[in-house]
Design a protein around this ligand. Structure first.
Ligand code: ASP
Length: 365
């Protein structure tokens, strides 16, 4: 590595090393889902979530069984992850923006009333999904951002608190110190070169939780909540608070949500696309794969987002549930998971995928 190589280049080179990829296919198992299990809950209720949502699907199912509204159930489910300091992708403990400030995005959508609420760039409030719900219930608007969203939350009695944990502050500081060798921030001499496992994880993975539910009356609802991309530019809003991008629900058809590179969703309205494909008769998994293919085709127009093999440098996942209780998930690269409570059991399952991952490491462009 030449002396003029910046630390940012060093980070990227390190991440790209060892990448050897082949275009793969999903391991289709007859009419079942990617991991060979059933793709139909056999009716309602049913709850699906991103791979970090096992406790959320359990909680949401418990509430559905007690007769809770599906939106109340999924919000209570994701609140567990928002409150978890060890999950660095959502709520409290989420990784901050480039200035070390945690900014949260969330949206909710209620099938039976076709109403939605969302917040973006919300600081100092632990449960953005609950604020999003209040935007839906107690305003004539759908989306509140930044200071306005914070004032609205405070008006409703939310407590202001620091969302930065010691762990997320340390990861951010390491990123800042190693970002460039042309500024005045210096990492400790003995740790100058290598990146910690926690920072590597933050740089190559995405977070967020999406949770969708179908209740016994076959009503649908969904929520997506996140701290967004780690080290983003302050004020950046991702796909999670945008209805049609990070979340979409049509009570007559189904619900879909997403995690991963939000910018890819924002320019493709991908969750809306998934629900639309289900309206056209696609099974949920098929609809998710179709949306991923569309995202890939559009991504090919931007070479900086592609690696040497012409594949996306980023990850993206979709989760979908239809009115009949059929469900599915697909990710850009193999190895993705989702959580599913089908009324009988709650477990993590393998997602279908567009491309095979072979020692592949993703990077955040
Ligand atoms: N979709 C989120 C965003 O772009 C990030 C993530 O899922 O990790 O803000």
């Amino acid at each position: 590595m030449g002396t003029t190589t910046t630390r940012r280049k060093f980070i990227k080179a390190g991440l790209a090393a060892g990448a050897a990829t082949m275009i793969g296919r999903r391991p289709t198992q007859g009419a079942g889902s990617a991991d060979g299990g059933p793709s139909d809950s056999g009716g309602a209720p049913c709850v699906i979530a991103s791979g970090n949502g096992l406790q959320s699907t359990a909680k949401a199912m418990r509430l559905l069984r007690q007769g809770a509204d599906p939106l109340e159930a999924v919000i209570a489910g994701v609140n567990l992850v928002e409150d978890d300091p060890d999950d660095t992708s959502v709520g409290y403990g989420g990784l901050p923006n480039e200035e070390g400030v945690v900014e949260l995005d969330a949206s909710v959508m209620h099938g039976p009333t076709h109403r939605a609420g969302a917040v973006a760039g919300l600081r100092d409030i632990k449960n953005p999904s609950r604020v999003a719900r209040l935007v839906m219930d107690r305003t004539d608007h759908v989306l509140l951002v930044g200071q306005g969203a914070l004032k609205f939350a405070l008006a409703h009695g939310f407590r202001r608190e620091s969302l930065l944990t010691e762990e997320s502050r340390r990861i951010w500081l390491e990123w800042k110190e190693k970002l460039s060798d042309r500024d005045k921030w210096l990492p400790p001499e003995e740790k100058k070169k290598e990146l910690s496992a926690a920072l590597l994880r933050a740089l190559e993975s995405y977070g967020t939780i999406n949770c969708l539910a179908l209740d016994a009356e076959r009503n649908l609802a969904g929520v997506t909540t996140t701290s967004g991309l780690a080290f983003k530019i302050p004020g950046r809003a991702g796909d999670s608070p945008i209805i049609g991008a990070g979340l979409y629900v049509d009570n007559e058809v189904g619900a879909a949500g997403s995690t991963g590179r939000g910018e890819a969703n924002l320019t493709t309205c991908a969750s809306f696309r998934v629900v639309n494909a289900m309206a056209g008769g696609d099974a949920p998994e098929e609809a998710c794969l179709k949306a991923l293919k569309f995202v890939f085709e559009k991504t090919r127009l931007t070479p900086r987002l592609l690696d040497d093999e012409g594949l996306p440098r980023f990850g993206l996942s979709f989760y979908a549930l239809n009115k009949k209780g059929q469900f599915g998930s697909a990710t850009m690269f193999s190895g993705g998971t989702y959580c599913l409570h089908d009324g009988r059991q709650n477990r993590q399952r393998e997602s279908a995928y567009l491309f095979e991952r072979r020692n592949r490491r993703l990077e955040t462009p």
